[in-house]
Design a protein around this ligand. Structure first.
Ligand code: BGC
Length: 781
């Protein structure tokens, strides 16, 4: 991959590859994927290649391909494929290709590809492709292709249309619906998901010219789930064949289609396509670029001045993917662990959203954060179902969520165990329970940062109370300890299954219950309608009695003599092995070539940040020395096999004062998707890691945190950064910050007073605050 191809206006905006590589197909498809949160389109080339994955996903359109399967996002029709023939020979960029460049421009969210191709008979053509998925009209995909003959008498044939002969790795999700062509040019394909009965409507239109003249009446090929139109002609040297293709994607889940019949939806979708056709690629593209400028680059205003161009590019790459992965338009949908860029994790939402991605939205776009939390509110239905079926009270959030009403959607069987030869049971859906407290924590964070009381009244309190009710019923009394324990769980470190008292889980459950106690007391005192409604629905008076009886007796693992906190009851008693080989691995999961998951449970080896994430989010519960001791104990045993690990370690390293290490880990976190490892992103983007990149920059290097409802900044820029600019929303007001080596300048855009702590000192300002960092630091030290 190349990150330095952008020059002039495009500097630090281009993610590219500069030669065709069949090894990099999957990675390029995912990291250069296009989208707008409504849909996601993997950037497979127009002409097909062996090993490619051609995905188009529409957020929130879950379906079960079979009763035995979990809900997953179906791979919708393929609208980008083109069968291109030059003199009867199929175009194949893997041979006889020069000047190949495929580039994603992050600023304009446009994918471009160009190269020169020579046929086996020696004729040459120059090809250029462009593509975007509109952020202005979420239903629109625009494509352009231009072929110039560099030799005389070049016969060109291009077949393009809608191909619904697709699946999710073989799993079929659709009934074939009606196919039509209107006015010999508007192609329509309708399909319905088999179980969830969602109607998908694809419409497409082509505008083709040959040597400047319009080509009409293409040859039409129809097959099962397929309509293709083919355009043909012969070019003299220097002449061009141009094809513009506009496609719209709609489904019966679209809010605008509520209550409409299929016929009405089809008509509306078709009329949208016709309007798009009138604007053409360039017109639509201009509106799309404008939307990116306003909604993303101006809104988020993130800038890094660094000696290394990669840093700013990585930050922009994160903002780009945070935008395209997030269904900001519809609160009935969550963010998938792979976004809309691949089949991995089947489109399900994990704690990745609340702990890794949501902080970005809470601080940068609270409206979207609110929408994502409402998705969890709607998910109370599934969470209550899961609690009931496991014999608990309240709301037990699914480890993997799809439809809000589904409950648990994690699969039960996973990889084959190298030792037994049998499939490994996946326990996460049963016992990785910290997700329930993570959701409550996220609600609290959103509330404290935004002050959105209406959200709390309508949704937030209910989540906090019902999750606390779950924990109340989940705690187990331990006679020996004389305390309440949480036994048989998986903590964030998934290499330790069936452990008792995972520290992260216990502290977070405790935090969740403490919140419930606090808010119960406050609401009861207010004697408000909200209190009475919730008390009646959730029997809070009784729940409160149970919480009060437990809260001070919950076992919270404490540091030992060496200050190390046991990650769980048995971690520290397990054997220690030499992990050098796995710590130096170039790709993840190599440890499974030598050990089974069961064996890993008996070794002091961690998949990912566990205690570190606890130190990050509940920082004031632990001393600096405890954090250092635990970092030094656990990091060497952590092989970062999850993409969620590095960003947390980077933030912690910064908190603990090791700037160089922090930057090194930040860089590694960015390289999870942007690095040289060829296969890492095949199944899709690592969305939590992408959210983590933003967090390392703002929560790490700028040292921004909300602590006890107070805003804090402790900047610690990497040595080679001369400036960092970013914005946050704080209590409904936009703040714009600029940090240089010696200064912090922060502006309250609405001129509303703000309190801010910097290096331990309180400041209050309502316009522009300038702080000399060296002085401020000197005073503290
Ligand atoms: C990680 C989890 C994460 C999931 C989805 C797993 O490999 O261990 O923490 O939630 O991937 O990204």
């Amino acid at each position: 991959m190349k990150y330095d191809l952008g020059t002039g206006e495009e500097k630090n905006w281009i993610v590219a590859e500069s030669s065709f590589s069949s090894n990099l197909l999957g990675k390029a498809e995912a990291i250069m994927s296009l989208g707008n949160g409504y849909m996601g389109l993997r950037s497979a080339a127009e002409e097909p290649y062996v090993g490619e994955v051609r995905n188009l996903f529409v957020a929130g359109t879950f379906n079960k391909s079979d009763v035995m399967e979990v809900s997953e996002l179906p791979n919708a029709a393929d609208v980008t494929r083109m069968n291109i023939y030059i003199d009867g020979e199929r175009l194949d960029a893997s041979v006889r290709t020069e000047d190949y460049v495929r580039a994603l421009n992050l600023k304009t969210a446009e994918l471009r590809r160009s190269f020169i191709w020579t046929t086996s008979a020696g004729k040459q053509v120059a090809l250029k492709f462009r593509r975007f998925v509109s952020l202005d009209n979420l239903h629109v995909i625009g494509m352009q292709m231009e072929l110039e003959a560099l030799s005389d008498d070049v016969h060109v044939s291009v077949e393009s249309g809608v191909n619904a002969q697709v699946s999710n790795s073989g799993a079929q999700h659709f009934f074939e619906g009606e196919k039509r062509i209107y006015d010999k040019k508007y192609v329509e394909m309708v399909a319905r998901t088999k179980e969830s009965l969602i109607d998908f409507m694809f419409h497409t239109v082509h505008h083709v010219t040959l040597a400047g003249s319009k080509l009409n009446d293409p040859f039409m090929r129809m097959d099962r789930r397929l309509i293709m139109l083919s355009y043909k002609g012969t070019l003299a040297k220097g002449q061009k064949f141009s094809l513009e293709k506009l496609t719209t994607v709609h489904t019966s889940r679209d809010k605008a289609f509520d209550g409409l019949t299929l016929k009405e939806m089809r008509d509306r979708a078709l009329s949208t396509l016709k309007k798009c056709a009138a604007k053409g690629y360039e017109g639509l593209f201009a509106q799309h670029v404008q939307a990116w400028e306003q909604k993303v680059w101006k809104q988020y205003k993130l800038n890094i001045e660094s000696e290394d161009v990669f840093d700013l590019l990585a930050a922009r790459f994160a903002l780009y993917h945070l935008t395209i992965m997030t269904p900001a338009h519809d609160e009935r949908m969550g963010i998938a662990a792979k976004g809309l860029s691949g089949e991995g994790y089947q489109g399900h939402s994990f704690w990745d959203t609340e702990m890794f991605i949501l902080p970005f939205f809470i601080y940068s776009n609270p409206e979207v954060a609110r929408s994502l939390l409402i998705y969890r509110y709607l998910g109370l239905e599934g969470a209550r179902k899961k609690a009931r079926s496991n014999g608990y009270e309240g709301a037990m959030y699914p480890w993997e969520a799809a439809w809000p009403s589904d409950g648990e959607m994690a699969q039960e069987w996973g990889r084959v165990d190298i030792v037994t030869g049998k499939q490994t049971k996946i326990w996460t859906g049963f016992i990785e329970q910290h997700i329930t407290a993570d959701v409550a924590f996220a609600v609290w964070q959103y509330y404290k940062v935004t002050g959105d009381q209406a959200f709390m009244d309508d949704y937030g309190y209910e989540i906090i109370f019902d999750t606390a009710r779950f924990w109340g019923s989940r705690l187990e009394w331990d006679e020996d300890r004389g305390q309440y324990c949480i036994n048989d769980v998986i903590g964030p470190d998934e290499y330790k299954e069936h452990v008792d008292n995972n520290a992260f889980t216990n502290y977070f459950a405790h935090f969740n219950m403490q919140l419930a106690i606090k808010y119960y007391s406050r609401l009861k005192e207010s004697d408000s309608a909200v209190f009475h409604r919730l008390n009646e629905a959730l029997d809070l008076d009784q729940a409160m009695e149970a919480w009060m009886e437990c809260i001070d007796k919950i076992y919270l693992p404490q540091p030992g003599e060496d200050l190390v906190i046991p990650q769980d009851d048995t971690y520290l008693t397990k054997r220690i092995i030499d992990l050098t080989k796995y710590k130096n691995q170039t790709h993840v999961n190599t440890i499974f070539e030598d050990y089974s998951l069961e064996q890993l449970s008996d070794i002091q080896v961690s998949k990912q940040a566990d205690l570190m994430i606890l130190f990050y989010w509940l920082e004031d519960k632990f001393t600096h020395d405890v954090k250092i001791a635990n970092y030094n104990y656990y990091e060497p045993k952590t092989i970062h096999d999850s993409s969620l690990s590095l960003s947390t370690h980077a933030i912690l390293a910064n908190d603990l004062g090791d700037r160089q290490l922090a930057y090194r880990l930040f860089r590694q976190a960015c390289e999870i998707d942007l690095g040289p490892e060829m296969k890492s992103s095949d199944l899709g983007m690592h969305t939590a890691s992408i959210g983590g990149i933003w967090q390392v920059i703002v929560m790490g290097f700028a040292g921004m945190r909300m602590l006890h409802g107070e805003l804090r900044m402790d900047p610690k820029l990497p040595e080679h950064w001369s400036k960092l600019e970013f914005m946050i929303n704080w209590q409904g007001q936009r703040l714009e910050a600029e940090i240089t080596k010696d200064r912090l300048v922060i502006e309250a855009m609405d001129r509303v007073p703000v309190e801010l702590e910097v290096y331990g000192k309180e400041y209050r300002f309502n316009d522009v605050l300038t702080i000399n960092l060296a002085e401020a630091k000197g005073e503290r030290d």
